[in-house]
Design a binder for this molecule. Structure first.
Ligand code: DOR
Ligand code: ZN
Length: 338
């Protein structure tokens, strides 16, 4: 008998849906198997006003079609007033902070990460109960960028003890080690960072479809991430950071950062949790921890996965866009029961 697992209200707590044709292509792929997703605001221009936020949410809902799917919206971090945040609070799940220029479409991000510079906005967020989601990398040597960011996380966690801070897409043992040092620190982990190291990206032929920021790290880092994910550490949530770029922007000189995993993430996670005999913890990693951390009640959705081979499509094509997923053309041992 093939093994089965039924997941309740799967959530993707870090997702890039883009806009226009790309949104039309990718939104249905997430909405089909996830109850909700935390949507990143790094559009061009970034989402910084209530009008842009609500209009973007509407475009996402339209693109998702009839699926029961809740887009949890975020604003792109800027210095916002208390009154503005109070007005927009009911429409957002958090605010995403990017250090300026650190990744795709982050040019207008923050240039000083000093707690005092950030205080007015972070104090308002803390008072209003708005979580801060952070892309935690410095502009140092690429393999050290996340580790170098740990003192910044620590100083923010200390300076704003009531502010929930989510260390997005963590990739290092250093981040895992910091998680339990502060009550107000949480983290998301992607599927690629549970499975690959820098060896898979650049150890042999260069693999553009595995290139993302933060870049995959060392074996000991991957082990630390695997340990907290497989044990469903209560402060850790699944966030795919699925980041679609057109095929020609990935397979090019000057490859865009981002791994597209949205349509295969659940299958890969089932395979991974099964391999390490931890399937019973997948529910907490994929949904329950996020429900507790964010206090949300997404639409109910049940997704059943079966231990059965599934060949990952070479690409997803529609609306004139082509995106190549992680593991294109390869066989995964778990599938979604349609
Ligand atoms: O690899 C990445 N791609 N990392 C990010 O932080 C942003 C994302 C994107 O928007 O493409
Ligand atoms: Zn991201």
């Amino acid at each position: 008998m093939s093994k089965l697992i039924t997941l309740q209200t799967p959530l993707d707590m870090h997702l890039h849906l883009r806009d226009a044709q790309m949104l039309q292509l990718v939104a249905p792929l997430t909405a089909k198997t996830f109850s909700g997703a935390l949507v990143m605001p790094n559009l061009v221009p970034p989402v910084t006003t209530k009008e842009a936020l609500l209009a973007y949410k509407q475009r996402i809902c339209n693109a998702a079609g009839d699926e029961k799917f809740e887009p949890y919206m975020t604003l792109f971090f800027q210095h916002y007033s208390y009154d503005f945040l109070k007005e927009v609070k009911e429409h957002i799940i958090g605010i995403k902070l990017y250090p300026a220029g650190i990744t795709t479409n982050s040019e207008t991000g923050v240039s000083s990460l000093d707690s005092e510079t950030l205080r007015p906005t972070l104090e308002a967020m803390s008072e209003l109960g708005i979580p801060l989601c952070v892309h935690g990398e410095t502009n140092g040597f690429v393999m050290d960028r996340e580790k170098e960011f740990m003192p910044i996380y620590a100083s923010l966690a200390e300076a704003f003890p009531k502010l929930k801070i989510i260390m997005e897409h963590i990739t290092t043992k250093a981040a895992v080690d910091l998680l339990d040092k502060y009550d107000n620190l949480f983290a998301t982990i992607t599927v690629q960072h549970l499975l690959i190291t820098l060896d898979d990206v650049a150890g042999g032929m260069l693999k553009p479809h595995l290139f993302c920021k933060p870049i995959a790290k060392r074996y000991e880092d991957r082990s630390a991430l695997q340990k907290v994910a497989l044990s469903a550490h209560p402060k850790v949530m699944f966030g795919s950071d699925s980041a679609p770029h057109p095929k020609h922007k990935k397979e090019s000189c000057g490859c865009a950062a981002g791994v597209f995993t949205a349509p295969i993430a659940l299958q890969i996670l089932a395979q991974f949790f099964d391999k390490y005999k931890s399937l019973e913890n997948l529910q907490a990693f994929i949904s329950d921890n996020a429900l507790n951390i964010y206090g949300i009640t997404p639409p109910k959705k049940e997704v059943t996965l079966i231990q059965k081979e599934f060949i990952v499509p070479q690409s997803y094509d529609n609306f004139g866009e082509t995106v190549v997923p992680m593991y294109a053309g390869e066989t995964i041992t778990w599938s979604i029961v349609e």
